[in-house]
Design a protein around this ligand. Sequence first.
Ligand SMILES: [Zn+2]
Length: 448
Amino acid sequence: MAIKLEIHATDPEVISLVQRYWAMNEEGDFLEKVGALLPFREVKNAAGIASFVKTQCLVIDQNQSCSICGGAVAITTRSQVNKDPQHSSSSPCPSCKAVQDDERRVAEAEANAKLQSYLAKHIERVDALTTRYDEIPDDLSLIALALDRAVASGLVGRSFSYRESRSLAPMGAEDFVDRLWSAQVLTDAPRATGASAYSANDNGLSYYKDRIKLALVPDEKLGAGVEAFQKIAARSFDDKPRLLNLWFDYAVAECMSYLYEQSHKEKLDVPRNQVEEIKNAIRTAVQFYSISQVWCLLWKAVKEVSGQAEDRNYKRDDAGTTISQRLLHHYEKTRKGNKEAKRWGRIEFLSAGTLGKIFKERFGIDHDSSGVAVARLFSEGPSVREEIEASIDAKVKQLMACALAAGSGAAAIYDFAELIRNGAATSEAVELIAKIYAFSPTNEVSVT
Ligand SMILES: [Zn+2]
């Protein structure tokens, strides 16, 4: 028998029970099944016997040795018995384990003290943070407004988790939130989170993304109350290049969320290492087409790639790598074909997010707005209307003065309206009306 039994009990019945429980033959097989020992007083089941016996003796398995000191190893259950002698066990002996436990407790206490001291300093830093709301760029302000709506009770006066911000965008809400954090519009909120969201290491504090809470950094003059936050909402939003860039980021998120949904349906993996390439291809397409048109192009691309994946000669895992190429192929083909690309309806459960809703409310653009139209809206040069007005200004002044002088103002307006109704562009109609109603001053002289 390879085990050594030290029985603490003095009660003869208990001693006999412990001996029967651990009795084994030369081969290391137990002489009796645990069931044969039942019942023992109030103990009616095998698990009860095992845990009772454990309290009555110390069992050393001589076939095992401590992984640290090489000494004897104590076991507590039948399943821990080792039938064949081995050099060292995977577990330490009781005294080495006690030393190990002590060392671990000391290390844990030290780590906790380090964490608490780092955290105290971090809280001081966070408490002192301020920013200037009037200097927050337009794109970040728009994200902040969208985030305020996405988080159930708003941003003012409370902290929130990444999970609570999910409805900010169709996907990748975290990335938009991170922009606010790195620009110090937001900060982490260690007072609200507590130490459990942080860990200390040699480089200082790190945090667990699923536990951390974030909050607004206060304005240096107005604080972080409702009045201060309204300053963000009331700004004029005229940094067009930043807004345009944010729109394209948002459009890419809309399309990626559609792509994942469609790929899931077609049982196609979108390879992680392809994501950036696919995003770039989508970004190219949404600069010209609307989001809903790019959904259609993506639908075609996914259908084709998933068809390829069905092909036995093709490695299924490789199929996903061609998504971006197929998308660009359809994009170019549709543009060259000069045909209107089809617009796909929104998949009902894929929401535009609060960012999408704010783009719609503030700028009137949504998933059906073409990339070209959005670029024009956010272009820095004069608007199309201003350009047209400038080009027709001289002619309009002349023709109106002449028409009024000749008493034919109403007729000129009537004819102009008629031309527009028949599809003429504004400047084209002005040109035609001018030919009829505007007389040069020399002509006028000769007429009178
Ligand atoms: Zn040991």
